[in-house]
Design a protein around this ligand. Structure first.
Ligand SMILES: *Cc1c(COP(=O)(O)O)cnc(C)c1O
Length: 421
């Protein structure tokens, strides 16, 4: 469920009409709903209660500081994969004790900064990383809390580019090597073991792979405790999928996910951490674009938008589907026609949808891409020298620009001419 509905035939974000935002900031832009972000976060906290838990929002899915503040003020923790994301969490007022640092290539500089600023735990992905963290912590006279990310060799049955839990993927330490890794960690002076971490992929639409992975985490936890390690936290990663279409085969709900976690891990007396990104942010955002031209091709009509693959890369990168809504709702029974929906970038891959059935749209009309909150704005680039597009946050009747559109001057003035030119 989200808060993007038609009122009087016009698409709204909560109580704000999309054309009002378009008039104020120009198109294209991203718009996020505070009510949807809040609702999705609470679904997880309610699903995990009464187990002790921390829901850590995966910042990589949507990293605007205003969005992080909405979630942080509700008590969310944050899952970060770079020191840039760590600093965003801090800028949103989230304390270090609620920030988990994931990622396979944390640099020494990043590790040091996180230790200086305070960190809940490092999710360690390799033995060399473990040694580096210990060395840096020791040199600073502190002890770093760590969990080891294990790779459970489970097929997440998702898109190959976002599956992370098979042994062939680069992530985590193979679960068979976990005993040795924990033994080494326990012997390192700068580390304090706090838990076990796992994350098997993104956009999972079935609970079975999660359950298979969590059962392995359970076995491992019992075995590690028998070895004398203190396993107080189980970080189960993110990855719960969202409905990108309004079809029947909807992914599992957070309630069912939470119930399964309680069933598999509830008796272990451990704090549960989860790292959802997409399920909180995905359906909390729209990408709104304007129609520049309608071009009648041979056997097909192209809807040429002012948004492009540099603004929303998921269709060209993953072949992803996004529902596209006309901002002015067609009257019931009004005619529709198939359009190839494309952007202005000079790449054939800059195609959002083929033969998409839409009302008879014309120049100047607005359309909205649903489910664009996650992996939308964060993956945008300035390809074709198209400045990054603005982000807008809505709450009830109010809206505010939470990232401005840079001017062309700002974009170009970052370039420097060397003195010999
Ligand atoms: C990407 C990622 C997540 C979030 O995944 P979603 O599919 O957006 O929920 C969580 N944890 C880690 C370690 C990740 O890499």
């Amino acid at each position: 469920m989200d808060h993007f509905l038609y009122q009087g035939g016009i698409l709204h974000a909560e109580d704000v009409a999309i054309p009002d935002i378009a008039a104020a900031v120009g198109t294209p832009f991203y718009v996020y709903s505070t009510a949807t972000l809040t609702r999705h976060f609470r679904l997880f906290t309610e699903a995990l209660a009464p187990l002790p838990h921390l829901v850590c929002f995966a910042i990589k899915s949507l990293s605007n500081v205003a969005v992080l503040k909405v979630l942080g003020d509700l008590g969310a923790g944050m899952d970060v994969v770079s020191i840039g994301e760590y600093l965003r969490a801090k800028a949103a007022g989230v304390p270090g004790e609620r920030i988990v640092f994931s990622g396979i290539g944390k640099t020494r500089a990043e590790i040091r900064m996180a230790l200086e600023g305070g960190i809940r735990q490092f999710n360690v992905e390799s033995e060399p990383e473990m040694r580096a963290i210990s060395e840096i912590a020791t040199s600073m006279g502190v002890v770093a809390p760590i969990a080891i990310r294990v790779n459970p060799d489970v097929d997440a049955k998702t898109h190959e580019k976002i599956a992370t839990g098979k042994s062939e993927n680069k992530f985590g330490i193979p679960i068979a090597k976990a005993h040795a890794a924990y033994a080494e960690a326990a012997a390192l002076p700068g580390l304090r073991i706090v838990g076990v971490d796992v994350h098997i992929g993104s956009q999972l639409t079935d609970l079975a792979p999660f359950e298979a992975a969590f059962r392995k985490v359970r076995e491992l936890t019992l075995a590690l405790r028998a070895d004398g390690h203190r396993i107080e936290r189980l970080d189960l990663g993110g990855g719960l999928g969202i409905p990108y279409t309004r079809s029947n085969d909807a992914p599992p709900l957070p309630t069912d996910y939470g119930a399964m976690i309680k069933r598999v891990l509830g008796d272990l007396d451990a704090e549960i951490e989860i790292e959802p990104g997409r399920l909180i942010s995905g359906n909390s955002g729209l990408l709104v674009a304007g129609v520049i031209y309608v071009k009648n091709g041979e056997g097909r009509d192209f809807l040429i938008l002012d948004a492009a693959m540099n603004d929303l890369v998921r269709p060209s990168m993953y072949g992803a589907h996004h529902d596209i809504l006309p901002v002015a709702e067609g009257a019931p029974g009004a005619p529709t026609q198939p359009f190839d929906v494309v952007g202005p970038v000079c790449e054939t891959g800059d195609t959002f949808a083929k033969a998409r059935e839409l009302p008879l749209l014309a120049e100047g009309d607005l359309v909205a891409f649903r489910s664009a909150g996650a992996y939308g704005a964060v993956m945008a680039s300035e390809y074709n020298s198209r400045p990054l597009i603005p982000e807008v946050l809505v709450q009830g009747h109010q809206f505010a620009v939470i990232r401005e559109r840079p001017t062309y001057d700002e974009m170009i003035s970052r370039d420097r001419l060397p003195e010999w030119l």
